[in-house]
Design a protein around this ligand. Structure first.
Ligand SMILES: NC(=O)c1ccc[n+]([C@@H]2O[C@H](COP(=O)([O-])OP(=O)(O)OC[C@H]3O[C@@H](n4cnc5c(N)ncnc54)[C@H](O)[C@@H]3O)[C@@H](O)[C@H]2O)c1
Length: 249
């Protein structure tokens, strides 16, 4: 018996990086996975990889910062696979790194729209389906930018909102057996932080600052998400799992 046998999972932002790793890991553990992303390119490839490995996945293109798309993604899971057990709100947008006094306000808006509103819209439309399913697991991906000061006011602020919403939802939804937890990555080797790891000098300096001396890989987050999604975490809600090789210590 695999750890997610018979489960149906949505993973947003699964065309790249952490989301792609989570989707592949979930499928390997028996879940039927809905790949959702604003870009079609990555999710078609991830679907192919999952199927080649013997797993099951369908994909849907949609920008989660628009409520109708969030509803469509949730409905699509039930249309294709008959129910919803797991929602991973992983899609995210970092925007530029600038101090507050120089920060572009349109960018600030966009960051909040994707990270905070997108998470809210996805949860809003998943809850009725998870209730119908008599329970489930929601995993919201934040960032360790909420644990250490950075020049990403929009990003850190929006991820702080994600963390607070997770906590609030977990208390409200516990009576419906819907668990809500936050996964907090540190800097992880994905296209989002490509600039750091493409430059060997910068990468070396960066790695020297990591307490465990190793870069976090997308698969490390997939392991954490797998635990929180699985029945092994059946009595775990309202908590946070930091996967950052000690960066926020
Ligand atoms: N990589 C890191 O160092 C790091 C650190 C902390 C937190 N995170 C968080 O982890 C999550 C995944 O990041 P990643 O590094 O894998 O990024 P990534 O850029 O590799 O992948 C993000 C994916 O989300 C999709 N996406 C973006 N906006 C979307 C939208 N509006 N609707 C639907 N899909 C959308 C993108 O198309 C992309 O496929 C994000 O929430 C990010 O904020 C990443």
């Amino acid at each position: 018996m695999a750890r997610l046998d018979d489960k149906v999972a949505i993973v947003t932002g699964s065309g790249s990086g952490i989301g792609a790793a989570i989707a592949k890991r979930f499928a390997k553990e028996g879940a039927k996975v809905v790949l959702a992303d604003v870009s079609e390119k990555g999710i078609t490839q991830v679907k192919e990889e999952i199927e080649q490995a013997g797993g099951t996945a369908e994909y849907i293109v949609g920008d989660i910062s628009k409520e109708e798309n969030a509803k469509n993604i949730n409905d699509f899971a039930v249309e294709k696979f008959g129910k919803l057990d797991i929602l991973v709100n992983n899609a995210g947008y970092a925007g530029p790194s600038d101090p507050a006094e120089q920060f572009n306000s349109e960018e600030f808006d966009k960051i909040f729209k994707v990270n905070a509103y997108g998470t809210f819209y996805m949860v809003k439309h998943a809850v009725p389906l998870l209730r119908e399913n008599k329970g489930g697991s929601i995993i919201n991906v934040a960032s360790n930018s909420i644990l250490t000061p950075t020049d990403y006011p929009g990003y850190a602020g929006s991820k702080g909102a994600v963390r607070t919403m997770s906590f609030t939802f977990s208390g409200i939804l516990a009576k419906d057996k819907i668990r809500v937890n936050t996964l907090i990555p540190g800097t992880t080797r994905t296209p989002m932080v490509k600039a750091i790891f493409d430059d060997p000098e910068l990468a070396k300096k960066y790695i020297e600052t990591i307490p465990l001396g190793e870069v976090v890989e997308p698969e490390d987050l997939a392991n954490g998400a797998l635990y929180l999604a699985s029945d092994e975490a059946g009595r775990v809600t309202g908590t946070e799992l930091v996967v950052d090789a000690g960066m926020s210590l």
